[in-house]
Design a binder for this molecule. Structure first.
Ligand code: BGC
Length: 415
């Protein structure tokens, strides 16, 4: 599988959920604090203007993907991709409790049908951090009793679409969500409460297990997983017991705790890879200073290799890379990142790892949550000021040709 990933809220436009409400309430404040927050981002000049503008922090019209999805699927074809990950937005299907929006139900039916007609495998995600405002008002995932509302949504999804699908992702990165929302207090509902953090994590675990059962009972052959954000932790001094201990503890908490508990409720492992972190002493981060992407994240693309090995050793399930990419507005590093990642994947593959697919984050420039619009993750640039014009970046052109060769499509490049 070669493809790209998106999430509903980050591209569709016009979504109304707990995130969109939070954006409107916090855009001014985020713009004011941009300078302080972004002090370690690499391309200061490029972001200064946009990051201190409140409009940057409102998802608003998105990149109009809800209306232009046919055009965007055309881009997937242009890049020779055969798989696409996208979000099914709960707040669209069920804008009021128990009241299903027929237009939205039919929209996603047409969406899935169109992908399949083009020979592109659809991989929907059911929860990518956004929920309907009515669900949030009831306490969202903070209350175990509320899981029944998520069950209803999953049941509706299963009834409408499960028979037409081969793959589903239930949750996206529960670890990132609880960390950002309940420990760092950076994302809605901005709580710094470790008890709640653990509770929401626990409830999400059960939300997944319940969803797994609902989906399987509708379509037993459906392959179900979650998209996990896992990082490659490295002891700065390989001989140091302390550095090694730091790696063991932190990866257990961040990478493995959740996955260990859903072992029997996953058919494949979804891996989102962005980070390698070096530890010295107890949890003191000491990454090399360079190279960094536009968000100031240290880049070590080949760090995906040890993770692929470890995932295979631990869970013995097929692996799909469900996200992988970088914020790189000038497209300086993207081709290098892709090349390094491909080498790492080939090594893993040659060792017999059941790596089934690679989905790049992202197909399109999109709304990067609390950082808003300025970080550019797209293989395809989107100019929101000029009619949402899509432009394939040079790295993506290269990648598209690579995919054609990898898939043995001989017509490309006259081969
Ligand atoms: C998330 C995406 C996000 C990307 C880049 C992942 O953690 O699933 O929604 O845009 O990282 O930060």
């Amino acid at each position: 599988m070669w493809g790209a990933s998106t999430s509903a809220h980050q591209v569709e436009g016009g979504t109304v959920n707990q995130w969109s409400e939070w954006e409107l309430a916090h855009a001014n404040e985020l713009a004011k604090s941009a300078k302080r927050r972004l002090s370690n981002a690499s391309n200061q000049d490029a972001i200064k203007g946009q990051a201190s503008d409140p409009h940057n922090y409102v998802s608003g019209r998105g990149v109009d993907h809800y209306k232009r999805y046919e055009e965007d699927f055309g881009l997937l074809e242009e890049l020779n991709m055969n798989t696409f990950r996208f979000g099914i937005e709960w707040s669209r299907l069920e804008p009021q409790e128990g009241a299903w929006n027929i237009e939205a139900v039919e929209h996603y039916r047409g969406y899935i049908r169109s992908l399949k007609a083009r020979g592109i495998e659809p991989i929907p995600t059911l929860w990518h951090w956004t929920v309907p405002t009515w669900f949030e008002a009831k306490g969202g995932f903070e209350r175990k009793a509320n899981l029944r509302y998520f069950d209803h949504f999953v049941q509706k999804f299963a009834d409408e679409y499960a028979k037409d699908l081969a793959y589903v992702l239930t949750l996206n990165e529960p670890n990132v969500y609880v960390g950002q929302s309940y420990a760092m207090a950076l994302w809605p509902p901005q709580q710094k409460n470790y008890f709640l953090c653990a509770k929401v994590y626990w409830n999400l675990l059960h939300a997944h297990k319940r969803a797994y059962k609902i989906l399987k009972s509708k379509n037993p052959s459906l392959q179900i997983g979650i998209a996990s954000q896992l990082y490659n932790a490295v002891p700065k001094r390989p001989y140091s017991i302390v550095d090694n201990l730091a790696v063991k503890v932190s990866t257990y908490v961040w990478n493995w705790w959740f996955l260990n508990r859903i072992k029997k409720h996953q058919d494949f492992t979804g891996l989102n890879y962005y980070f390698t972190t070096y530890y010295q002493n107890f949890l003191q981060r000491c990454n090399p200073a360079w190279p960094e992407n536009d968000l100031g994240w240290y880049m070590q693309p080949e760090g995906i290799y040890p993770l692929l090995l470890e995932l295979d050793r631990r869970y013995k399930k097929p692996i799909i890379i469900t996200e992988n990419g970088l914020a790189d507005a000038k497209d300086i590093y993207r081709k290098w990142w892709l090349e390094q990642t491909i080498v790492a994947m080939q090594r893993a593959f040659s060792e017999g790892i059941a790596l089934k697919g690679y989905l790049h984050w992202s197909l399109l420039d999109n709304f990067e949550w609390a950082d808003g619009w300025w970080p550019k993750f797209g293989l395809v640039a989107v100019d929101r000021e000029h009619g949402m014009k899509r432009t394939v970046r040079p790295s993506a052109e290269w990648f598209g040709k690579y995919i054609a060769r990898a898939r043995g499509k001989r017509e490309v490049d006259g081969e």
